[in-house]
Structure formats: structure tokens, C-alpha cells
Design a protein around this ligand. Structure first.
Ligand SMILES: C[S@@+](CC[C@H](N)C(=O)[O-])C[C@H]1O[C@@H](n2cnc3c(N)ncnc32)[C@H](O)[C@@H]1O
Ligand code: SF4
Length: 461
């Protein structure tokens, strides 16, 4: 695949709209409470007939301190004991869910996300992993992708060794920025030394893939300051890098109001940082996968993209296209058969449901045929930057041109702007359009009518 990328500031500014990140289509905005426990059970029954392998997501929401930029689903508390009633409920939910899935469906992928999964003690983590292994069928040859999100401030080398023994083989480290002034402004003081120690421990203990999260767009960041952070990160030689565009939505995430908006970099500075990041990382041999993600060329994500088998779900890009995603814990989102479903958001509701023997699903959506077709196109675009319109039409028994005749006009406009080409029955995203892939996907999003709908999403650039 041609991974060339052209950075055109004028074009990027012109297309700088708000838009979804497409970890699902339809996006969570379309989930409704008409979809509940019964609909979820039905979806599981259908998925059992297909007997696909499983991907498990476990949400551990607690954090010891708050980072002011944070848009994750988290509960801030200094009291470590608060986790134990939640873990009891989580163990119960694991049982309730597992009994609905046919035994023997292999767990190919596991992810513990947060919040901060390592907020809980080693003993609590062991018990949780034992519960998962007792209820689902794990692979015992280290062939599964079993990953965990790590805040380097919340681990010791001994804890990392413990996680490896539990069966994790991938780690994602939150760093964001090493600059002390930025760290102070976002209330996340994290030394280079503790980060390096954590990554070293992961390598020593045989973790086979290391990802690092950075954010651009935080207070006081400049190209020069971010370059220093990036230089340090490159010394760690991570297999993957996520360089997120800071999503500033204080109306949704109140804690973001703790930061003085006057200290946020201007759009022009953000663009300059993005340009620097892309040039630096690609010159260092990383491949731009798409949507904030970079990987080494021999990493499975880059290989999957090259072979046309890359996929995208709630955990971002993935190599596990054929799995049903079973999500456990508050706020978590699952994808089983042709449905998405989300668990309740508060500890109280979660306890109430689970202790009564009910699944904690409170909303979701069952995809229509039109949703599935549009999802297939959006997935192709976001993962492979190319859609074979004739093949897509054939697979879905439609005439692509007729079905998407309204969309053609917008595509033509984008073609005129050099974002994509429409030759030989293919939509091919061009180097100039790769950074605007969200905008191109938005053409196929049937739910994005009017400016109001777009306000719920962060800015594209
Ligand atoms: C659940 S957190 C990571 C785990 C751990 N709690 C930590 O902070 O290291 C997932 C990642 O989301 C990203 N993130 C959080 N809030 C964000 C925001 N407002 N905009 C962009 N990225 C954000 C950060 O890069 C963070 O590392
Ligand atoms: S970035 Fe991580 S540690 Fe900070 S508040 Fe969010 S989830 Fe918690």
C-alpha cells in the first residue's frame, strides 16, 4: 500500500469540522434504551450459532488522581478500598455473561482498560484474571493478544512482572507529554525516569508489543516542546504510537474547565505540531496507520494494513476482525453479532442490576442492512483508504452508484480538492486526503444531518 501522506495546511483548515472517530458505526449517539437485556441475549444466541472467537473488554474505572484533559470514563478516588465492591459486581457480571456464550469460543483478544486498571492490587488482579479464565476459554500458548493500559505512575517493575505472569503480553502506556510545564497544567506529573523504568520492565518480562499514548493540543505545547517529548519517546522505540488530537469538550467533561483555555495552543500551532510529528515519525521508519496511529513496519497492525485485513473497533485499530466483542464493567461497549450494546454508567446502577442477576446493558442498537453496508464502507476507508465500489456493490447486492447517488456529489467535490480519486470503480484516498479520513467517512454517515449532530463530536484536526 502507498503510505505517502501530504500535509496541506490550507486544506486541513478548510475541512476542520467536528466529526466522529468511527470506533463504531452507527456511533454511540444512535444507541437507544429500547435496546436492553433481552435484545442483547438474542444477539448472543445468534452469535453462538456462528461460533466466532471472542474479544473481551474489561473496564476498570478508578484513578488515584485526575488529569484535567481526560475524556475517559473514570472515577477519581484516593480510597483503594472503593474498588472491592465494584470487583465483586464485576465477578458476578462475568458469570452472568459467560453462561450465555457457548463454551469453547476462544478468547483471541483481551483488553483491560480504564480509568487505570492497575489501581487495583496484585491480588485483586489475580482474582479477576482467574475469574475470566474460569468462565471463558483462554488460549494458553501466548498466541492471544492480551493487553492492558498502564499509567507508569501506578506500576512497579514487580507489578509488571506480575501482569506478565497473569498472561498479558501487550501493554499500552499513557505518557501524553514530558514537559514539566504541560504536566503541571494538566495535573499529571510523570517523570521520564518512571516511564523508562516501566517500559524497560515490560521488555525484560517479555511483553511482545508496547504502545505509547501522547496527546497534542495540551496547554503550553509548542512544536519545540513536543519535539523534546517525541525525541525521548523514540529512545524507547515503541512498537506502536498513538498521538491523539486533544479532544476539548468541556461541556461534556467538566474537569477540562480546570485548564485555562488561553493556554491551549492555537489551531495553527496544533497543525504545526501534527506536521512535525508525522514528518519525524515517518522519517524514523514508522508507518502512519491512520487516525492518530503509527506502527513499526513489521508490527502486526502495519502488516494487516498491507494485507488488507486491518479492522477498527472500540479499542482502535485491530487485527481481530472476526470476533464478537464482549464488554464487561460500567460504561463498556460490546459488539455481538449485528448489535452494539452499552452497560450502565454508575456504580450504583451496576450493583443494582448485577446483584439482581440482571445483565447491566442499558442501551444499544441493532444494525439495519443500511447500517451494515455503511459500516463496511467506513471500515474499508478508515483501515485501507480504498473502496472497491463494484465489489462492495456485488457483496451487498446493490448498484453502488445508484444507492449512493446523493453521496457522489460530495465525493466529486473531495476529488476536485485532491482528497481522493474516483477512477476504475474505486474510491482511492490520496496522500492529501489521508489526514482527512474522518471527513471522507462522514460522507457515508447517514446520521450526520445538520450542524447540531456534529457538535457532539470533537474537531477533526
Ligand atoms: C484510559 S487512558 C490511559 C490509561 C491510564 N489511565 C493513563 O492515563 O495512563 C487512555 C488514553 O486516552 C487518551 N485521552 C484521554 N483523554 C483524552 C482527550 N481529551 N483527548 C485525546 N486523548 C485523550 C490519553 O492519551 C490516555 O492515555
Ligand atoms: S488519563 Fe488516565 S489517569 Fe488520567 S484521569 Fe484519565 S484515565 Fe485517569
Amino acid at each position: 500500500m502507498n503510505n505517502a501522506l501530504v500535509f496541506d495546511p490550507e486544506l486541513l483548515q478548510r475541512y476542520d469540522l467536528s466529526g466522529p472517530r468511527y470506533t463504531s458505526y452507527p456511533t454511540a449517539v444512535q444507541f437507544h434504551e429500547g435496546f436492553g437485556e433481552d435484545a442483547y441475549r438474542e444477539a448472543i444466541a445468534v452469535s453462538n450459532a456462528a461460533a466466532r472467537p471472542l474479544s473481551l473488554y474489561v473496564h476498570l474505572p478508578f484513578c488515584g488522581t485526575v488529569c484535567y484533559y481526560c475524556a475517559c470514563n473514570k472515577i477519581i478516588t484516593a480510597n483503594r478500598k472503593r474498588a472491592s465492591p465494584y470487583l465483586e459486581d464485576l465477578h458476578r457480571e462475568i458469570e452472568l455473561q459467560a453462561e450465555l456464550f457457548t463454551p469453547g469460543r476462544e478468547v483471541r483478544q483481551l483488553h483491560w482498560g480504564g480509568g487505570t486498571p492497575t489501581f487495583i492490587s496484585d491480588e485483586e488482579m489475580t482474582a479477576l484474571m482467574n475469574q475470566l479464565r474460569g468462565q471463558f476459554t483462554f488460549l494458553d500458548n501466548d498466541e492471544g493478544d492480551y493487553s492492558i493500559e498502564i499509567d507508569p505512575r501506578e506500576v512497579t517493575p514487580a507489578k509488571i512482572a506480575h501482569l506478565r505472569k497473569l498472561g498479558f503480553n501487550r501493554m499500552s502506556f499513557g505518557v501524553q507529554d514530558f514537559d514539566p510545564k504541560v504536566q503541571e497544567a494538566v495535573n499529571r506529573i510523570q517523570s521520564v525516569r518512571e516511564t523508562f523504568e516501566a517500559v524497560d520492565a515490560a521488555r525484560t518480562n517479555g511483553f511482545k508489543s508496547i504502545n505509547i499514548d501522547l496527546i497534542y493540543g495540551l496547554p503550553f505545547q509548542t512544536v519545540d516542546s513536543f519535539a523534546v517529548t517525541l525525541e525521548k519517546i523514540l529512545e524507547l522505540s515503541p512498537d506502536r504510537l498513538s498521538v491523539f488530537n486533544y479532544a476539548h469538550m468541556p461541556h461534556l467533561f467538566k474537569v477540562q474547565k480546570q485548564m485555562d483555555e488561553a493556554t491551549l495552543p492555537t489551531p495553527a500551532v496544533k497543525l504545526a505540531i501534527l506536521q512535525y510529528v508525522i514528518e519525524k515519525l515517518t522519517s524514523e521508519g514508522y508507518v502512519y496507520i491512520g487516525m492518530d496511529h503509527f506502527a513499526k513496519p513489521d508490527d502486526e497492525l502495519a502488516l494487516a494494513q498491507e494485507h488488507g485485513t486491518l479492522y477498527r473497533n472500540f479499542q482502535g485499530y485491530s487485527t481481530h476482525a472476526g470476533c464478537d466483542l464482549v464488554a464487561m464493567g460500567i460504561t463498556s461497549i460490546g459488539m455481538v453479532d449485528d448489535t452494539y450494546s452499552q452497560n450502565v454508567k454508575t456504580l450504583e446502577e451496576y450493583h443494582e442490576r448485577v446483584s439482581a442477576g440482571q445483565l447491566p446493558v442499558y442501551r444499544g442498537v441493532k444494525l439495519t442492512e443500511d447500517d451494515k453496508l455503511r459500516r463496511a464502507i467506513i471500515t474499508e476507508l478508515i483501515c485501507h483508504f480504498r473502496v472497491d465500489m463494484a465489489a462492495m456493490g456485488h457483496a451487498w447486492s446493490i448498484s453502488f452508484e445508484d444507492y449512493f447517488c446523493k453521496e457522489q456529489e460530495q465525493l466529486q467535490g473531495m476529488a476536485a480538492d485532491g482528497l481522493l480519486s474516483l477512477n476504475d470503480g474505486h474510491i482511492q484516498v490520496l496522500p492529501r486526503g489521508r489526514l482527512l479520513i474522518r471527513n471522507i467517512c462522514m460522507v457515508f454517515d447517514a446520521y450526520l444531518q445538520g450542524a447540531e449532530a456534529k457538535k457532539r463530536f470533537s474537531r477533526v484536526i
